[in-house]
Ligand binder design. Structure first.
Ligand SMILES: *[C@@H]1O[C@H](CO)[C@@H](O)[C@H](O)[C@H]1NC(C)=O
Ligand SMILES: *[C@@H]1O[C@H](CO)[C@@H](O)[C@H](O)[C@H]1NC(C)=O
Ligand SMILES: *[C@@H]1O[C@H](CO)[C@@H](O)[C@H](O)[C@H]1NC(C)=O
Length: 378
């Protein structure tokens, strides 16, 4: 009787087991096993069209990108870690891959032959020393001194040493290179808006882009100090995208699929709260150009910038108070039906149904077992 435990189960119950396991497996959420903790979902860019960065160096090679360096820790003029890939003469978006060939960062190059304006409306050569770093001196291409900005999607130490573990944040992130050695010279960007230093000032919220933050932007900021990095956070306050923005008007001769966004004083209102811009930005020749890089999918409901529902005076404790005024954007904010709540509701429904399946399976098993015990005892 105690020899073979399977003999304890009657035949009809054994036959049922595969079906029970099928239901148990169905209710296990396998989607949780993806690389989402490790890797950003989107990594897309847009200007005129959406462009997704190749996820691996192999995919990049298939798409016609060519590798620019052979050693992971470069020590040429332009110092960065990882393998930089370039598609034809596109200097706007150069993906960087780690030692294992996974997407790990992005670099942009801007030409050093541009002029702009300082706080006194005087003409100055660009880029200005006050924004170096994060702008760094790059290579000379076709006789023009290029400058670079580089961002990594995980801790820079992991790029050339994927098994590094000690003293660093693992998983996806955003790190801006701030010197020749990215392992020690970087700016780690807050994953959540609530952890941002107050030096980051909120600007407009733009549907599909999120709420913009600009570093130290105020009426008193000298124009030569306009920071080349800006950040975008979703309705839950999570980092959703970032961008480069530079003063100047680059010649664009490349055959690149992607164009820079370009702004003039007339179009600032698209991204900036024009009430806080320094007057030097309103010089009629002043130009801003740059690029947006999405970390989260741009069509995610969390990136829609819903109209903030103002607190009722009695304020029930369930609702979080709205601290940010989203109404200063260029367009009327889209009125949506609180997508965050909808998602949560949908999630709890699916969670409820999996729990129901689990409970049913458990009940059936228990009933079968009790019946079997009763049969044994009788
Ligand atoms: C921020 O901008 C002000 C001018 O508005 C300037 O005096 C200050 O040095 C800047 N701070 C940083 C950290 O750049
Ligand atoms: C610079 O030009 C802008 C726009 O023309 C003007 O509003 C501002 O007063 C000028 N600043 C100086 C310091 O001349
Ligand atoms: C939000 O902006 C509107 C329009 O500018 C203004 O009337 C309102 O007082 C602002 N609310 C807060 C909380 O700042």
């Amino acid at each position: 009787m105690y020899g073979n435990p399977t003999c304890l189960f009657p035949r009809h119950l054994m036959d049922l087991m595969p079906i029970l396991w099928f239901f148990v497996l169905l209710s296990v959420d396998v989607t949780k096993q993806d690389r989402s903790d490790d890797m950003w979902d989107a990594l897309t860019l847009r200007y005129r069209q959406w462009v997704k960065l190749p996820r691996t160096s192999h995919e990049a090679e298939r798409q016609g990108y060519t590798r620019q360096n052979d050693i992971c820790k470069t020590n040429s003029v332009s110092k960065y870690h990882g393998f930089l890939y370039k598609q034809q003469d596109d200097t706007k978006a150069l993906p960087i891959y780690d030692l294992n060939g996974w997407i790990a960062g992005i670099q942009a190059m801007i030409p050093g032959n541009m002029n702009g304006f300082n706080s006194m409306n005087e003409s100055i050569p660009l880029p200005h020393i006050d924004v170096m770093p994060p702008i760094m001196i790059g290579d000379i291409v076709d006789g023009i001194q290029m400058y670079t900005v580089t961002a990594y999607f995980k801790h820079p130490k992991l790029i050339c040493n994927p098994i590094a573990r000690i003293g660093i944040t693992l998983g996806k992130g955003l790190y801006i290179q701030m010197g020749p050695d990215p392992v020690t010279m970087y700016q780690q960007i807050a994953m959540h808006a609530k952890d941002l230093s107050p030096i980051w000032k909120p600007g407009s919220c733009i549907p599909s882009m999120g709420l913009h933050y600009f570093r130290n932007l105020s009426k008193d900021l000298p124009c030569e100090k306009i920071y080349p990095v800006f950040l975008m956070y979703d309705t839950e306050g999570k980092l959703g995208a970032f961008g480069w923005s530079f003063q100047g008007k680059p010649m664009d001769v490349s055959s690149s699929k992607i164009s820079w966004f370009r702004m003039t004083p007339q179009t600032y209102a698209f991204t900036f709260d024009t009430r806080v811009l320094p007057t030097c930005m309103f010089h009629e020749e002043f130009r801003i150009f740059g690029i947006h890089i999405w970390l989260q999918p741009h069509d995610s409901p969390k990136m829609t910038c819903p109209l903030v529902i103002q607190e009722p005076p009695t304020g029930s404790p369930v609702h979080k108070p709205s601290t940010i005024n989203y109404t200063n954007g260029p367009k009327d904010p889209v009125i949506t039906s609180r997508p965050v709540d909808d998602t949560n509701a949908a999630q709890s429904v699916s969670r409820l149904s999996s729990s129901m399946i689990l409970i049913s399976v458990a009940t059936v098993t228990l009933l079968q077992f009790v019946t079997f015990q009763a049969n044994l005892l009788s």
